[in-house]
Design a protein around this ligand. Sequence first.
Ligand code: ME8
Length: 538
Amino acid sequence: MNHPQIPLFLTTAISYVNGEPHVGHALELLIADAYVRHQRQRGRLVRFTGGTDDHSLKNLRAAEALGIAPLEYVRRQGERFEQLPRALGVELDDYLHTSSDARHAPAVLALWERCRATGDLYQREYWGLYCNGCEAFISETELVRGGCAVHREPLERISETNWFFRLSRYEGKLLTLLQSGSLAVEPRERHNEVVSFVRQGLRDFSVSRSRARARGFGLGVPGDDSQVIYVWFDALANYLSLLGFPEEGSGLARYWSEAPAAREHLIGKDILRFHAVYWPALLLSAGLPLPTCIKTHGYVTRDGVKIGKSLGNGVDPFELVARFGIEAVRFYFLRHLHTTKDSDLRVERLIEAHDSELAGKLGNLLQRTASLAARHPELVSVKACTAPSDADTELAQAARHALSGVAQAVDDFALQQAVASILELVAAANRYADAQEPWTLSRKVRTVSTPRAAAELQVQLGHVLWHLFESLRVTAVLLAPFLPGTASTIATRLGVPPSELLTLERARFGLRQRYRPRGGGPLFPRLGTAVSPLTAPL
Ligand code: ME8
């Protein structure tokens, strides 16, 4: 499905807005952004989306606690969430608020109508234990110390008549789809988790709530004034609203209803069941294609505890960016927080990673190479190159490894590994510079006594500089999806047009014949000295 000709629809989860956006939301956006930018470099057509999940009971309760009308509350909080991608340099194509976007209600109602027409919706009296954090009923077998596995709040005992969806009917079909890989779940442990959940047997689930309990907040069930549509039914449909469903014309055919397309959802593991079981079953019922892949990222934790809005242990991503800058934050999140496993956020580690790896290794390589080359601009050309030495071949090989390493790591959904591969190229280029000492050659060019000796040294210097520039150019292309700002600064310093960063093909060593280097200051002023105290609470 990773074929460049196949369009990609990549969605992020739409957030509840009952609090402030935190670093968990930031991680999801950053992983998605880097993944999408890399796919675009491979030539894929991509639609990349996000939004807010407004009709939840927990949003309603947060509004009530503040004495604000729920619609006003979700509008206000929604603005805050919508600012987050921009603050992180994440470029979404579309953003949808479920309570106010005119595309949403028609999509939810059309999905409801299709499931009803198939005979999969029915009314039933029900009682159960409800977790407000999950916005879901928790079955007796799932209880952990009397609560749900994720949230700490007590469960509520609810008894009401609801509309139910015949999930049980899709058990066999879902198992086949999951096992055949048509409905892929990444990483492997998450796939195994879903398969074992389905194997235990699927029970029908309620897809409406009493209007009284929801205080009328949400979309009404068609033909039943006593009920509003369950927030997860409403929220999952956002992936279709974003494409204009049920109308063709806004990308629905290209990205969803007419194969082939890669339809991928990026989510945290707490909402896996909704995406890998409930959502595909609703789509099967509605006669629509399913997502092709559910990509699941790990949690950002603090002292081992998942960061959450309701747990009060959130770290403000806006403040992280304000204090350390977008590039340092993107680097730390994408290199040092694991893509699929949980990772503890440590601000001192962010500073350390920035100063030792970005400033110390990449910044230093660029600084010493580009400022030297700016003194000999006419030399940085392939024409200066003589027969390749072992060191040259090794460097070119490191660049090839980095290219294949990045592509493989992105395919394996291990972005931290992709950035590590780029840093290996930076390390190889630093070793090359240390061994070839272009600064010594430059000094000698200016001090030797004969023009012939100077000409020979110039050839050597041009050769070394061109090789270093090629390594830096390849680094910039590979790095562009992860650190777009840094990549474009490197390109400027090398005198390479930014458009060259847009194609992965350009990350081949030896492609550029000639450079027009420019001088400039340090790429990454160190944070360790600029920010004090290092670990002030955020
Ligand atoms: O679940 N680390 O909204 P949400 C990493 N509205 N990711 C985290 C995280 C953490 N500490 N905390 C949350 C919802 N997330 C629903 C989604 S989609 C149709 C509806 C992730 O605001 C979480 O796993 O609780 C989810 O992918 C996203 O942030 C939004 O979480």
